[in-house]
Design a protein around this ligand. Structure first.
Ligand code: F7E
Length: 330
C-alpha cells in the first residue's frame, strides 16, 4: 500500500484529502502539533483508518523524525497559518510556519530520502493569494506574483522553495496554486462559512444580523472536495509541475450573500447585513479568477460543483447543524 503523510490534517483540505487517499487504498498519516489537539477526535470519527503522528512545521528535527517514522511515498504539505486576516496580526509566525515550514519539510525529505534517486514525492499547497494585486486576468501559472499580505508573501517563499528543491535536487515536488475552495468543513472565520452559518442562524431565529468587511472583493470559489483530487493527480504525474486549480468564474461577496440568502428562502436581506471596518484588511486582494487550462489538459481535472450548488450545500448543512444545536440547548 502506498503511504501518504499529510500536514495540516485538521484543516478542511487535510480532512478531505485523508478520506480521498484512504478510499484509494493508501496508508494515511496525519501530522498534528501536540497530542492534545482538540480536533483529533473529529478526525478519528471521520476517518478511523487515519494514523496520527506528532510533528511541528517550526521544528526541523521533529519533521525528520516523522519522515523517518512514516517512510512516506507522498508528502502533502497543507499545514499553514491560512487565515489571511490573522497573518496581518501575526506576520512573523505566519512567515515561519506558512513560509519557512515548507523549507523545513523539504529539508526533512531531502535528508531522509537522500539526494540520489529520492523517491518521496512532495505536494505544496500554494495559493492564489500569491497573485494579490493581479497583473493579468485570468491568472495562470505564468502570471507574475504580487502578494498583498504576510500570508501571500509566505506562500510565495514556499512556492519558490518547492521549485528550487525540484531544480536543485531533482525532487518530485509539485505546487498547486489553488484558488479559494470551500465547503461544510470550512472554518467559521472564512467569509463563505461565516455567511452560510449566519444565514442559517438568521433563518432559524437564532441571530438578527450579519457583520462583514469589504463586500466588493471578488473570488473564484470552488468546492474543496474537488480540489484535493487535483492535488493527488499532480503527485501521480511522471514529471512534477505547477498547476492553477480554479473554476474560472468569479463572484463578489455581495453575490455570495445573494446566493446564501436565496438558498435559505430569504429574499429581502439587505437590511440584515452590516459592514464594520474591523473586518477589512490593511491591503485587499480585489479580484481573483483562475485559468485552470493546464490542470484540465494535463491532469484531466475539472470542477464538479458550481457556485450556487456549493453555497446551497453549505447553507443546508448549517441549517441542519444549527437546528440540532438549538434543540440540544432546549
Ligand atoms: O476572504 C472578504 C475578504 O477570509 C475572502 C484562504 O483559504 O483563500 C482564502 O483566503 C474575501 C476577502 O479568504 C469578510 O476581505 C469581507 O476579500 O474567506 P476569506 P481569502 O482571504 O480569500 C486563499 C486562496 C487562501 O489560500 C487562504 O488560505 O472576503 N471579506 N468580509 C471577509 N472575509 C472574512 N474572512 N470575514 C469577513 O467578515
Amino acid at each position: 500500500m502506498p503511504r501518504a503523510l499529510i500536514t495540516g490534517i485538521t484543516g478542511q483540505d487535510g480532512r478531505h484529502l485523508a478520506q480521498l487517499l484512504v478510499g484509494k487504498g493508501y496508508d494515511v498519516y496525519g501530522m498534528v502539533r501536540g497530542q492534545n489537539n482538540p480536533k483529533i477526535h473529529i478526525l478519528q470519527d471521520e476517518t478511523p483508518e487515519l494514523e496520527i503522528v506528532e510533528g511541528d512545521l517550526q521544528d526541523l528535527s521533529s519533521l525528520i523524525g516523522v519522515v523517518e517514522q512514516v517512510q512516506p511515498d507522498e508528502v502533502y504539505n497543507l499545514g499553514a497559518i491560512s487565515f489571511v486576516a490573522l497573518s496581518f496580526r501575526q506576520p512573523e509566525l505566519t512567515a515561519d510556519i506558512t513560509g519557512v515550514g515548507v523549507l523545513r519539510m523539504l529539508e526533512a525529505i531531502r535528508v531522509v530520502g537522500g539526494t540520489q534517486d529520492n523517491r518521496i514525492r512532495f505536494y505544496q499547497a500554494s495559493s492564489s493569494e500569491m497573485f494579490g494585486k493581479v497583473r493579468e486576468t485570468p491568472q495562470n501559472e505564468m502570471t507574475p506574483f504580487h502578494p498583498r499580505s504576510p500570508y501571500g508573501t509566505a506562500k510565495v517563499f514556499g512556492h519558490y522553495t518547492t521549485l528550487n528543491y525540484r531544480e536543485s535536487y531533482g525532487l518530485h515536488a509539485s505546487s498547486g496554486i489553488l484558488f479559494n475552495h470551500e465547503g461544510f468543513r470550512r472554518g467559521l472565520e472564512f467569509v463563505t462559512r461565516k455567511v452560510t452559518n449566519a444565514v442559517a442562524r438568521i433563518k432559524l431565529g437564532l441571530q438578527d444580523t450579519l457583520t462583514l468587511g469589504n463586500l466588493e472583493a471578488s473570488r473564484d470559489w470552488g468546492y474543496a472536495g474537488d480540489y484535493v483530487e487535483a492535488m493527488w493527480r499532480m503527485v501521480q504525474q511522471d514529471e512534477p509541475g505547477d498547476y492553477v486549480v480554479a473554476t474560472g468564474e468569479t463572484h463578489t461577496i455581495r453575490d455570495l450573500l445573494e446566493a446564501a440568502f436565496q438558498a435559505a428562502g430569504i429574499d429581502d436581506w439587505q437590511a440584515l447585513v452590516q459592514t464594520d471596518p474591523r473586518f477589512t484588511r490593511p491591503a485587499e486582494v480585489d479580484l481573483l479568477i483562475g485559468d485552470a487550462s493546464k490542470a484540465r489538459e494535463v491532469l484531466g481535472w475539472q470542477p464538479t460543483v458550481d457556485f450556487p450548488t456549493l453555497i446551497k450545500m453549505m447553507v443546508d448543512h448549517d441549517l441542519e447543524v444549527e437546528a440540532r444545536k438549538a434543540r440540544q440547548v432546549q
